[in-house]
Structure formats: structure tokens, C-alpha cells
Design a protein around this ligand. Structure first.
Ligand SMILES: Cc1cc2nc3c(=O)[nH]c(=O)nc-3n(C[C@H](O)[C@H](O)[C@H](O)COP(=O)(O)OP(=O)(O)OC[C@H]3O[C@@H](n4cnc5c(N)ncnc54)[C@H](O)[C@@H]3O)c2cc1C
Length: 401
């Protein structure tokens, strides 16, 4: 088993964590990560909020709950050990009116069911001791959450994979996968690679890579762009740490929030707008193939039919700083449009099923010679080391059959 060749498609945090964990678990495996960009972590991993999520929101027993609860602890320990910038600063989830209180309490219960310690419901005066400028009627304090520099995590993982004897090859887009007598033949934009086992961690393109490997594309990636504003330096005193709204249970995204960045500064966002390109970081980015792919997918139409109002509100907010600011004012009433400068954007790879439902949990498809990660949205960056460990265990099982 030790000399088997493992090919990982995708050098985001999930692909890198998987390579690292496989190398630790099964030293001697010949591991190659192929990444299409000129460096690792260029897509979701390098354009996210940089938050360490502890497992508050996710259905008890789900892979998301299990892997984020374990993953945050492992990620913090890894950052401490490797001296990667991070801070466990805590978060407030704020109910903006009495109507949101039952949902806040339900979130508290869910967190406790997921085994989180130290969660506390706060009255207005208590929450303002933590965040003096916050609005709302009550808050849930989540002490174990924090912020981190995920690109630095990737840089350390890259070095560790190389020190284990693995290879990470950039500018290598996998364009064809064929079965060989034993395993796989992968044609990339650079060279050809052979492998006994294939791991698909291609993020925004994972459904396409699975199709290259002969899978039916049942769930499909639908890209949702998340746009950010930055708070001007002279107004950053309005937010100390992390301030989040109570999420809408119908939607997998958390709603626009305030995030202190580990490198300094405060971000507000991200919203969630359907993107016309899987790597469309600007509103004007259109990729004809991605757009056509989305438009012929019946699941998207069903989703749009069911969530017309929400999609329209998100779209309007994307084009209107005033509306974006109004959403933020619910959390921090003193924030005003002049405090906001255009920030960056990220695109989420969200899997959707043909019936128009968003796949809520992490989704892995395992075959005897391949494993496809077909849904790894937030909090997969936080949970990446735990996800990598889980994949490594599954591969070990397959290889030892
Ligand atoms: C706006 C936003 C905010 C978020 N905030 C948080 C947060 O605060 N905390 C958190 O835990 N999570 C957050 N997430 C989620 C988190 O970023 C992702 O879950 C995580 O980065 C997924 O990692 P990945 O490796 O699966 O995907 P990616 O980082 O997208 O990596 C996939 C890689 O595969 C490569 N690739 C694709 N196709 C091919 C091919 N054919 N050949 C070779 N390479 C290929 C791509 O170039 C890419 O580098 C956020 C995501 C977004 C978009």
C-alpha cells in the first residue's frame, strides 16, 4: 500500500490538508497535488472571511457539525504550533428584534447539542460590554470562534507536504481523466500523470472533475458570489470582533456580518448573489460555459422559483450600497454609507440537487479508486484538517481492501 500513487486535483485548503493528512497517516504514499493556478489557495480559500467557525449552526450529527467542532480545535492547535497568525476573539450572534429571539434560542440549543461549551445568551447591557456599538435586543456569545490567516495555513501545509516527499504542481489544470490498467491517467495542461487513487478537491469545478472521472453530474455546483465592503480606518472602532446576524434557516449563508481581519481592518459582508461565472469575482464577469451550464440545470430554476424574493433582495443589495448599509445598520446602527469602501469578493461553490435544494452538508462520494469532494462550502476552511483526516481514513480503507 505504501508505494501507491495518489493524485489530488485542487490545491485549495481541502486538497492540501488531505495531502498532508495522507502523508502523515501513510508515509511512503506517492502523493501529487495538481493545481491549475500559479499558486495554491487562489479561489475560495484565498477569498473567504478568515473566520474560525466552531459548529454552532449545523444540524447535530451532520458531517458539518462533527467536522467543524473537531476541526476548529485542530486548526487552532495547528496555528499555535506553526505560529500562524490567528486569534480566538469570540463572536456575537445578534437578534435584531423580539421576533428573532426564538431563532437565537434555537441556535443556542443547537450549539449545546453540538457539544459547544461556554455559549451564553446576553442581555443588551451585557452584549454592549463586548461590542459597545452593537444594536439589537439580545445576543449569543460564542467564545471559541476566532479569525485566522488561511493563506498562511496553506503556505505551511505546502511546505509540510513537500517535506513529507509529496509534490504540489501548479499551472496543471486537469483536463482529461482516463482509466488505465491500474488506476488513472490524468492529462493536465502541463503533463500526464498516473495514479492508483484519485481525490477530487476541485472546489468550484468539483462536479466537472467528477464527470471527467466518469461520474454522473447529479448535484451541480452553483456559484454564489459574496461581496465585501471595508470599514474606513477612522470608523473601525465601531466593531471589536465578530458580529453576525441570526441566520435565515432556509438559506445556507449566514447573512452579511462584520469580521475583524487577522491582518488588521474590518470587513462587512459577504452577501450571496448568483454569479455568471464560477470564478466571477466582479459583477461584470461572465463565462459563457458556466452560464449555459447553470441555465440548462433544472435545479437552478426550481431554486429560483422557490427563493425569488430572497434572490431579488440579494441582487438589489449587490447594486445598492444604501441597501447593503441598511442590512449592516441592523447590527451596528451607527454605521453609515460613508464608512464603507468597496472590498473584495469571493465565490462559494455551493452544490445544488436537481430538485432545487441546496446541499446543506459536506458531500463526499467514495469509489474503490476515487473520492470526490462534491460539497465543501463554509466552514470547510476551518474544518479542513478534520476533513483531510476523514478522507485519509477512507482512502486507507480502500487501499487496504
Ligand atoms: C466569500 C466566502 C467566505 C467564506 N468564509 C469562510 C470562513 O470565514 N470560514 C470558513 O471556514 N470557510 C469560509 N468559506 C468557505 C471556505 O473558503 C471553503 O469551504 C474552502 O476554502 C474550500 O476549500 P477547497 O479547497 O474545497 O476549495 P478551493 O479553495 O476553491 O480550491 C479548489 C482548487 O481546485 C483548483 N482546481 C479546480 N479545477 C481544477 C482542475 N481541473 N485542475 C486542477 N486544479 C483545479 C482551483 O484552482 C482551486 O485552487 C468562505 C467561502 C467564501 C467563498
Amino acid at each position: 500500500m505504501a508505494s501507491k500513487r495518489i493524485l489530488i486535483v485542487g490545491g485549495g485548503i481541502v486538497g492540501l490538508a488531505t495531502a498532508f493528512k495522507l502523508g502523515l497517516r501513510l508515509p511512503g504514499l506517492r502523493i501529487t497535488v495538481l493545481e491549475k493556478e500559479d499558486a495554491v489557495g487562489r479561489h475560495q480559500t484565498g477569498n473567504n472571511s478568515g473566520v474560525l467557525h466552531c459548529g454552532l449552526y449545523y444540524k447535530p450529527g451532520s458531517a458539518k457539525a462533527r467536522l467543524s467542532v473537531a476541526g476548529i480545535q485542530e486548526m487552532i492547535a495547528f496555528c499555535r504550533e506553526q505560529k500562524i497568525p490567528h486569534e480566538v476573539c469570540g463572536k456575537l450572534v445578534v437578534a435584531i428584534n423580539d421576533w428573532e429571539l426564538p431563532r437565537l434560542e434555537a441556535l443556542h440549543d443547537r450549539g449545546r447539542q453540538n457539544g459547544l461549551q461556554g455559549l451564553k445568551l446576553l442581555k443588551p447591557e451585557e452584549m454592549r460590554e463586548i461590542e459597545p456599538h452593537v444594536g439589537g435586543v439580545a445576543a449569543l456569545h460564542v467564545p471559541q470562534e476566532g479569525i485566522v490567516d488561511y493563506p498562511s495555513v496553506c503556505a505551511v501545509l505546502l511546505k509540510k507536504i513537500q517535506a513529507q516527499g509529496g509534490q504540489v504542481i501548479t499551472r496543471a489544470k486537469v483536463i482529461r481523466l482516463r482509466r488505465a490498467t491500474t488506476g488513472w491517467l490524468a492529462q493536465s495542461s502541463g503533463a500526464e500523470f498516473t495514479a492508483d487513487f484519485l481525490v477530487n478537491c476541485a472546489g468550484l469545478h468539483c462536479d466537472r472533475v467528477s464527470e471527467l472521472a466518469g461520474e454522473r453530474r447529479e448535484v451541480r455546483i452553483v456559484p454564489f458570489r459574496g461581496e465585501y465592503f471595508k470599514i474606513k480606518p477612522e470608523r473601525q472602532f465601531l466593531v471589536r470582533h465578530l458580529i453576525y446576524p441570526v441566520p435565515d434557516p432556509q438559506f445556507p449563508f449566514l447573512g452579511v456580518h462584520f469580521t475583524r481581519l487577522i491582518e488588521g481592518g474590518i470587513e462587512a459582508g459577504p452577501n450571496a448573489v448568483l454569479a455568471f461565472a464560477r470564478e466571477g469575482y466582479r459583477k461584470t464577469d461572465i463565462n459563457v460555459r458556466d452560464l449555459a451550464d447553470a441555465l440548462v440545470f433544472s435545479g437552478l430554476w426550481r431554486f429560483l422559483g422557490r427563493h425569488k424574493r430572497m434572490c431579488w433582495e440579494e441582487l438589489k443589495r449587490s447594486f445598492s450600497k444604501r441597501l447593503f448599509c441598511q442590512a449592516l445598520q441592523k447590527l451596528v446602527p451607527e454605521i453609515c454609507q460613508d464608512d464603507l469602501e468597496i472590498g473584495g469578493a469571493g465565490v462559494r461553490a455551493q452544490a445544488m440537487s436537481p430538485d432545487g435544494n441546496l446541499v446543506q452538508d459536506f458531500h463526499f462520494v467514495r469509489r474503490h479508486d476515487a473520492l470526490h469532494v462534491l460539497n465543501a462550502p463554509s466552514p470547510a476552511a476551518t474544518a479542513s484538517l478534520a476533513i483531510g483526516e476523514e478522507i485519509a481514513i477512507q482512502i486507507e480503507r480502500e487501499l487496504s481492501r
